[in-house]
Ligand binder design. Structure first.
Ligand SMILES: CC(C)CCC[C@@H](C)[C@H]1CC[C@H]2[C@@H]3CC=C4C[C@@H](O)CC[C@]4(C)[C@H]3CC[C@]12C
Length: 522
């Protein structure tokens, strides 16, 4: 029986492999010598033996770790391939060096550096200031990230996010090698790493100022100009969004910057504005699946750029949702240690596995449903509040917060069902969804909101990290659903009862979902 949970490679854009296999990425600094140097580099023949890449030994239970390790590699590499003298001077600056830190703070309106006395900066809490010892991103790191964006061949905000979210260790290693090579090529070409559009005296060229790229100048500079080097888009005829994307990448990639909301807000705002304007000018077309997101992101902002600014807590929920989805996928991706619990005649299979990191068992349900992935997504995510209407095991679901189109905080109450040995539970969850290639992912994790303390008469249980993978099957009219249920029902219940109830609840859930999909009287 095949499973829907794919190995990490399934998350890669196939092109990345191809490019690594010798079809070099479209060079942002296209020169023949650089091209050949990569092809002929002995390193690229036996890359897995290169000490730089064989250091990691991915362990299924350490998805987080690997992520951290990869980030470390990025930084390490940035430090090693030393292209600027500036970079050498900055690393050891103490956190008190306010001027240094502010290097990465930009105004959402102008894209310019925010002066020291502004509120955004002051709003940072003291915890953030002391706990993370934020350091400015060095030119090196920015450069690495710029190259990364080029390699991923994307000028789509979602794609970069998705890549960062889903890339497996293998993909990251591959891309890493390409980044490293590109950096060495740059060095060989005498590049000086002057990403001067990150400097206050040269405001970010992608902002919506009248002289911005959208007026059509910045992205059409002659080749060979050092300032346009990185600004040339991988897709020649598209205006360039790289600097903004890089800022966004920085916000996502560097843990200590995640909380530096200003950076991320700015990046999101700038990118959103650009997408909106470019769309209006017909310069870009968003992929079809993004269109509804695109609308939310862009139209809202065109009227009021501040509208999309996410508050710090909202960003946190978003990251929690992403992180949960990633963790859940990590569990599903690891093919080892699964035991079949129930195999139904209709093909539904439930397997279980004991996680070292988690206290109880997790359950994986695999089923084929007569519905498209979008339809299922609509039922399971978009119309989650209607779930109790077709599913008797749910009494009530309320969306407490919507954060953009893909994140929400929900309160869920399970029903008291006959024969269920487990009493009613309530859950507070952050739910996140995204689409990658043709698959849709719906992940979730327990959330904490002071406004909704555990309800009287209910045991507050926890669901997650869990997720649904909705994968269209070749016939298009049906999909494979893979559901990782990772629930801590809390309370004092014998494990044996919980471990029977959970897979049954899953089967029942799917039975009801099938009923919901079947037209006709209920
Ligand atoms: C055995 C007892 C304790 C619980 C039985 C009810 C279980 C199966 C119910 C209770 C709450 C339910 C969840 C409530 C909300 C969502 C979000 C949605 O996007 C996908 C389904 C999902 C994840 C439900 C899955 C089924 C669920 C976990």
């Amino acid at each position: 029986m095949s499973t829907a949970a794919a190995p990490p490679s399934a998350f890669t854009r196939p092109a990345a492999e191809e490019r690594a296999a010798g079809n070099y990425y479209p060079m942002p600094f296209s020169t023949q010598s650089a091209r050949t140097s990569i092809r002929s580099s002995p390193r690229f023949g036996t890359m897995s033996h290169h000490s730089f890449f064989s250091r990691h030994n991915p362990h299924p239970h350490r998805v987080r770790h690997i992520q951290e390790a990869w980030r470390e590699e990025l930084k390490e590499m940035a430090a090693r391939v030393s292209l600027t003298s500036k970079a050498k001077n900055t690393p050891e600056k103490p956190p008190e060096d306010e001027a240094g830190r502010r290097k990465t703070q930009y105004s959402a309106q102008t894209g310019r550096i925010i002066p020291s006395s502004t509120k955004v900066y002051q709003r940072r809490t003291s915890t953030q200031r002391h706990a993370h010892h934020p350091q400015p991103l060095h030119d090196q790191e920015l450069l690495v990230l710029e190259v990364l964006c080029q390699i991923l061949q994307t000028d789509s905000l979602s794609e970069v996010q998705t890549w960062l979210l889903f890339a497996g260790q293998r993909e990251k290693d591959l891309v890493m090698r390409m980044v490293q090579q590109a950096m060495e090529d740059l060095k060989a070409l005498g590049h000086h790493g002057d990403i001067d559009h990150f400097h206050p005296r040269h405001p970010c060229p992608t902002t919506l100022s009248t002289q911005g790229p959208l007026s059509g100048q910045t992205h059409r500079k002659p080749q060979g100009s050092s300032r346009s080097r990185m600004q040339r888009s991988s897709t020649q005829d598209k205006p360039d969004m790289l600097p903004a994307l890089v800022k966004l990448c920085c916000g996502i990639s560097y843990p200590h910057l995640r909380t530096v909301a200003g950076l991320q807000r700015t990046a999101v705002t700038v990118i959103g504005q650009e997408i909106g304007v470019m769309q209006r000018l017909g310069q870009i077309q968003l992929p079809e699946w993004m269109s509804y997101k695109g609308r939310c992101l862009t139209e809202a902002k065109l009227e009021n750029p501040r509208q999309i600014l996410l508050r710090e807590d909202e960003l946190l929920f978003m990251h929690q949702g992403q992180e949960a989805t990633r963790q859940a996928l990590g569990i599903l991706t690891d093919k080892e240690g699964w035991t079949t619990e129930i195999a139904e005649e209709n093909g539904d299979v439930i397997s279980s596995k004991v996680l070292l990191s988690e206290s109880g068992k997790v359950f994986r349900l695999e089923a084929v449903l007569e519905a498209s992935a979008e339809e299922l997504y609509d039922i399971l995510f978009v119309r989650v509040e209607e779930m109790h209407r077709w599913n008797p095991s749910i009494q009530h679901i309320k969306v407490l917060k919507r954060i953009g189109p893909e994140t929400m905080v929900t309160h869920e109450v399970s029903a008291e069902t006959a024969g269920n040995l487990i009493g009613q539970r309530d859950f507070l969850s952050v739910r996140y969804s995204c689409k990658h290639q043709s698959r849709i992912y719906v992940g979730g994790a327990p959330a904490h909101l002071e406004a909704v303390p555990p309800q009287k008469g209910f045991v507050r249980a926890e669901d997650g990290p869990s997720c649904f993978i909705l994968e269209p099957l070749p016939d298009k009219s049906s999909s494979r659903l893979t559901w990782l249920l990772n629930m801590d029902v809390k309370g004092w219940l014998p494990k044996s009862i919980v471990n029977q109830a959970l897979p049954r609840a899953q089967l029942e859930f799917i039975r009801q979902l099938r009923r919901r999909l079947t037209p006709g009287p209920t």
